[in-house]
Design a protein around this ligand. Sequence first.
Ligand code: NAG
Length: 391
Amino acid sequence: MSSPIIVLSVLLCCWKIQFSRALPTFRGGLNRADGLCVKLVQPYGYQCEELAVETKDGFLLGVQRVWSANYIGERKKPVFLNHGILIGGDIWVLNAPPESLAFILADAGHDVWIANVRTSEFSYGHVSYSRSDREFWDWSVDELSAYDLQAMLEMVYARTNSKVLYVGYSQGTQAAFAAFSEHRLVDIVEKAVMLAPVAYVDHATSLLTLGAQTHLDLLIASLGIYEFSLRAQNKPVTEYLCKLSDDPECTENFVTLLAGPNCCINDTRRAYYEIYEPQSTSAKNFGHLAQQFRGKSFDKFDYGFWQNLVRYGWISPPTYSLPNIPRTIPFLFFYAAKDALAAPQNVAQLVSELQSKPELVFLPDYAHLDFVVSYNAKDLVYPKVVEFFNS
Ligand SMILES: *[C@@H]1O[C@H](CO)[C@@H](O)[C@H](O)[C@H]1NC(C)=O
């Protein structure tokens, strides 16, 4: 009697699994015509290989390997570039080659690996979920560190057979600090450059902090919104934040209010940057930042009393303990006076908790975005990065 039912349910179960794994999330597969290599690297004559790596929780991350065919000489160590929040790996190649860090490092003989974390533009989706699913957006920097960074760096290490030179920017630094504090990846990363280093965010002055203060994250969660976007289609968030702002020109000054007054971004290129940025992040990731802002902490995501007990075995989330970061990784930090996200007070706190003494470079005129898209980072920042990696 029961055996047909068992057979049927087994069939249904497996059919469902097969079906869900076959969802077309790859958008044209590797070397897709709209991929980062094709669009942003190969037009400048650089070699570029499009790769994907699957995380333990099923995201297919895009990684592009860039090198210069013109470089003659001994190949240098691989460099891994990890982007920040609300942007993607494209940020490293948005300026012309003499001004973009990825190309500068390739010209210096490095094999450059560009990271694209889950859900960012030049990543490859998820094996089962699509952008409209809640699960697609169910992550914060905890997963970026534990799954994305882990999977991508292990791939680079395995393919190059070499320790990796790390460059993080903003959330790309926070994911690394989280990993190192848990003694993950510390044997793979040889040196690390941190642009706008972030562990704590409570001194941030970004417009986003007004969202955190007014519990915008909880409002968004209660409305069942999973994707956090500052693009036109998600006007409510922009409008909400601008209502809280005392700047009457908030919409026009939005980028400045978000990231700080950049000194050195070429305004005539702004329309071009806006083709690619900003990109979405998850509402949960924004919520996690809001928790860190309100709690003045660098903890894992706070799920609330009971869920914390289930997940972490304690009523509150564990802290990423910065003193646990081994002193064996040499650090070079760049931070900026006018940075609205990586505030100098928070950088000082981060530095004071590390066992090692990072080399520090302070930029009095810079704000958050100058590190990656200014026309003079090629003079003020990138030569020091190349030198640090070669020393
Ligand atoms: C700004 O961008 C324009 C267009 O790409 C370019 O012609 C100009 O030289 C740039 N200016 C600077 C200071 O880099």
